[in-house]
Design a protein around this ligand. Structure first.
Ligand code: DGP
Length: 114
């Protein structure tokens, strides 16, 4: 997946403002923030999205979810609250086909989900 934007970020070819990294995951600020705090969490390995998880080890998926709480704490929004979103496919406006979770917070968010 050489042409994948987020794979380019993982390889360091595309700059990012990283907030957390380990051997499996990278978290960095969204280039177009939709909230005061808006961080993307991605697996370093390319996965297309939520519908491409067949055969993916559960431990990686658990790490992604745990990283959301870690990032929220680092961003100082674990107590005030945050939202975790993963857009999947065209109706959800997924624009980058590399699995990612949005961590959004830092202000009261809309009660509307769609
Ligand atoms: P989605 O629409 O759910 O696929 O979210 C993709 C997000 O990726 C979108 O909120 C904007 C963000 N994004 C796109 N290009 C870049 C980039 O080059 N750098 C960073 N940091 N974020 C990007």
């Amino acid at each position: 997946m050489d042409e994948c934007l987020f794979c380019g970020i993982v390889r360091g070819e595309v700059p990012c403002d990283a907030v957390y990294e380990d051997e499996a995951l990278l978290a960095f600020r969204d280039i177009n923030p939709q909230a005061d705090r808006h961080v993307l969490i991605i697996p370093k390995r390319h996965l297309d999205g939520l519908c491409g998880l067949e055969g993916v080890e559960d431990s990686l998926l658990a790490r992604l979810l745990r990283a959301a709480a870690l990032v929220a704490k680092k961003e100082g929004i674990d107590k005030s609250g945050f939202r975790l979103v993963s857009n999947c496919g065209p109706d959800a406006c997924q624009s980058v086909p590399h699995l990612h979770f949005h961590v959004l917070g830092g202000r009261p968010l809309s009660g509307q989900m769609g």
